[in-house]
Design a protein around this ligand. Structure first.
Ligand code: P5A
Length: 440
């Protein structure tokens, strides 16, 4: 830690209205550069990378393939799809030195459709789902709450291509199930809700919402969602029926955002099962059929030898928003409580008396042992006061604190504290290798 760039703030930053924004600034995760634009500092960058890695693993598991498209796009494609004028002021429009109209991509439906039509000719090459994790820019009227609603933000956006509606629905369902798994691995309970399709278009969409009092949307759902099981890693994404069954189960109880709320259907939910709350949208999936493939002439030859405009969907997750949303869902008065899957490090190793030969030796041995076993350890070797060390460890919220002090070391023991439960336990130094040894 004496070498790690971790600019902790002692005071509560005044501009932060919600707890995640406050804690991200205080824990030195992000720095605001302009309205709605943020740098990610080392601690924040590690969380963002963890979030992206979980997303990537679940996208790949569901059969999507990673690519990377540019942030700056030519306006031509958007003129072709008809969205260049429709998109309005949220789109940042740019001119290059030849006075060509460009834009900083707010989303990539047009560009990926252009890639598709350049190469794919036959239904035999379907289904296809391509995704990337790339920065977006939307000139939001009211950027606020830090990275929760920013102007430049990271998005995972996937795009599916199928011969017909049935294939497109199966693709939609695979992403739906991948999202359930993704958010669960981040320690979140995300509820899929029927939602408005806005500027992306189409007639079917679900927002994935996590419940939080500071959420921007009012949401209404059946309490049964809180206990629905999320499918295991081994679920067969090639089995349309099985995947469809999971989606059916997760769309059966009532759930809707404000814009789609239906009072009559809501009245049908037993009163003690109604959950009216606020929520944060962490993902949004869309089916829009031929909305882009038709104007952009993206077609394949079907088994009937006829040309078919492909049926498409797009699927978004906001990793930068998620970093904040996870904090909204998991913190206490002392700071962040990272769920294991996304913690920037797993263990805070706290040396209570740097300079003391025995404390230093035990810490260095533990650090070497745990890191070589593949554990991510942040070693507090600084000479701050004990109180400040504990406050920092609680603020940055690593799941485990291993506390090494002179009295314990003399008895051959260290203290292990769980950040989430606050439970403390003294363990012999030798038992630590077992506790935080090599992962399976
Ligand atoms: C789906 C993928 C789309 O743009 N096109 C490609 C579709 N959907 S969306 O709902 O508009 O955005 C997808 C996710 O991006 C996050 N997000 C944001 N994060 C931070 N700041 C913002 N201003 C912002 N806007 C969108 C959300 O997680 C959203 O679900």
């Amino acid at each position: 830690m004496s070498r790690f760039f971790l600019p902790i703030l002692k005071e509560n930053p005044r501009e932060a209205e919600i707890v995640s924004h406050r804690l991200m600034l205080r824990a030195g995760m992000i720095r605001q550069q302009a309205a709605g634009s943020f740098s990610w500092l080392p601690l924040g960058k590690r969380v963002l990378d963890k979030v992206c890695q979980i997303i990537r693993e679940e996208q790949n598991r569901a059969g999507a393939q990673e690519i990377l498209m540019p942030t700056i796009q030519s306006a031509d494609l958007w003129i072709e799809s008809g969205r260049y004028n429709d998109y309005g002021k949220e789109m940042l429009r740019i001119r290059d030195r030849q006075d060509r109209a460009m834009l900083y991509g707010p989303t990539n439906e047009e560009m990926v459709t252009d890639i598709f039509r350049a190469y794919v000719r036959s239904y035999k090459d379907l289904p296809l789902n391509l995704y990337h994790i790339q920065w977006k820019f939307r000139d939001e009227v009211r950027p606020r709450f830090g990275v929760m609603r920013s102007r430049e933000f990271l998005m995972k956006d996937a795009y599916s291509f199928d011969l017909d509606y049935e294939g497109a629905r199966a693709a939609y369902n695979r992403m739906f199930v991948a999202y359930l798994r993704t958010f669960e691995r981040m320690g979140l309970k995300a509820i899929p809700m029927r939602a408005d399709t806005g500027p992306i278009g189409g007639d079917l969409s679900h927002e994935f919402i996590i419940l939080a009092s500071t959420g921007e949307s009012a949401v209404f759902c059946h309490k049964d969602f809180l206990d629905l099981p999320v499918p295991p890693a081994g679920i067969d994404f090639d089995n349309d029926e099985e995947i469809g069954g999971v989606v059916a189960q997760w769309t059966e109880p009532y759930a809707a955002t404000d814009e789609m709320h239906d009072e009559a259907a809501w009245a049908g939910v037993p009163e003690d099962k109604r959950l009216a709350a606020r929520g944060i949208e962490v993902g949004h999936i869309f089916h829009f059929g031929t909305k882009y493939s038709k104007p952009m002439k993206a077609a394949v030859t079907g088994p009937d030898r006829q040309e078919h405009f492909v049926s498409m969907g797009s699927y978004g997750i906001g990793p930068s928003r998620l970093a904040a949303a996870i904090i909204e869902a998991s913190h206490d008065e002392n700071g962040i409580i990272w769920p294991e899957g996304v913690a920037p490090f797993e263990i805070a190793l706290i040396n209570m008396k740097p300079g003391d030969r025995d404390c230093d030796r035990v810490c260095e041995e533990l650090y070497a042992g745990m890191t070589s076993a593949g554990r991510e350890v942040l070693y507090d070797d600084t000479d701050s006061r004990a109180g400040a060390k504990f406050a920092t460890a609680d603020l940055i919220g690593l799941p485990w604190q291993v506390i090494v002090g002179p009295r314990g070391v003399a008895a051959g023991e260290v203290e292990v504290k769980s950040r989430a439960t606050g439970e403390r336990e003294n363990l012999p130094v030798s038992a630590l290798a077992e506790r935080f040894g090599a992962r399976r």
